[in-house]
Design a protein around this ligand. Structure first.
Ligand code: NAP
Length: 284
């Protein structure tokens, strides 16, 4: 049995479904449009934006990019978001993180109209996720991870899920999703003592710390599912947080980096966009 999850195959299936949905929307004269705000020095952000654009182009989705130099103010960005909020042709607004340090990230994210919060980062969407409301928009990486678990038909209910990392954008949302699916959830972070004690107990281990080689030999349970979310650049090469070669003999399934969760994050973004398009046009 292949232990490395074939995320490419999953992404092809998802893309095909999206194509059908977009075809259905175009018959109703609706063309999905995503607006992306980029106010950052971060080089990786530019790569992510390019990847999103490539996927949007291939699916017939419009993507508008708004680049800002480091002299931009929070108010300038709020003005742009206000215009995009009022523009009926725009269905989703994405603020590429990280932002320049001087900008008020919270104020900027909260200014997005909830009907266009394609990343699901607004406090109201976090609340909906916690409350398992049907209106929730699940943050893209967490949604992608759940799709991967569904793809391998992982049994989540009653299983012990351990998440390493508690960020607002991935660690916490994926923890809530697993809890909503009846896993018993443990969340670890940088202050956790004896990390291996917890990771070794995990039936499902999600690692999202951003620390290369954090999970090594003897830190995973036999027969477990390991989802590696980390993206670490070392000497120009990309690595995850898990040492795949050291743990592969013990796991049942594992994702690789690159070519794993990152692939699904972009697909999930487009799924969220289509969901928002359908909601704004009252399409089931
Ligand atoms: P973040 O905001 O920096 O959060 C990292 C989390 O990991 C924090 O909760 C931190 O604990 C915890 N942590 C750090 N060092 C640790 C250690 N030695 N042991 C245990 N926990 C530790 O980062 P993020 O935005 O969640 O991203 C994390 C990683 O995922 C990065 O490599 C990022 O590039 C990657 N990522 C990938 C995707 C994708 O699509 N594949 C999407 C988003 C992010 P504290 O809370 O105590 O500081």
């Amino acid at each position: 049995m292949e232990k490395i999850i074939d995320v490419k195959k999953l992404s092809e299936i998802k893309k095909e479904n999206l194509k059908q949905e977009i075809k259905m929307l175009s018959k109703k004269n609706v063309i999905p449009k995503l607006a992306v705000i980029i106010a950052s020095f971060d080089e990786s952000s530019k790569i992510y934006v390019r990847n999103k654009k490539r996927l949007c182009d291939s699916l017939g989705i419009l993507q508008e990019e708004y680049y800002f130099s480091n002299t931009v103010t929070t108010d300038d960005i709020l003005d742009t978001i206000d215009k995009l909020n009022k523009d009926d042709s725009v269905h989703g607004i994405l603020v590429q993180l990280p932002l320049y340090k001087h900008l008020d990230k919270h104020k900027i994210l909260e200014s997005i109209d909830v009907r266009k919060d394609v990343d699901g980062f607004k406090e109201i969407n976090t609340g909906r996720l916690l409350l398992k409301s049907k209106d929730m928009i699940i943050p893209c990486t967490a949604k992608g991870i759940m799709s991967i678990l569904e793809f391998i038909k992982a049994d989540i209910s009653g299983k012990h899920a351990v998440i390493v990392g508690r960020s607002q954008i991935v660690g916490k949302p994926v923890s809530y999703m697993l809890l909503n699916n009846d896993a018993t959830v443990t969340i670890c972070h940088s202050k956790t003592k004896n990390l291996g004690h917890y990771t070794k107990e995990a039936d499902i281990l999600v690692v999202v710390a951003g620390v290369c080689n954090l999970i090594k030999k003897d830190m995973v349970k036999k027969g477990s599912i390991v989802i590696d979310v980390g993206i670490n650049k070392v000497d120009g090469k990309i690595y995850g947080d898990v040492n795949l070669h050291e743990v592969i003999d013990d796991v049942e399934y594992i994702t690789k980096v690159p070519g794993g969760v990152g692939v699904m994050t972009v697909i999930s973004l487009i799924e969220n966009l289509i969901e928002l398009v359908k909601r704004s046009n009252n399409i089931e």
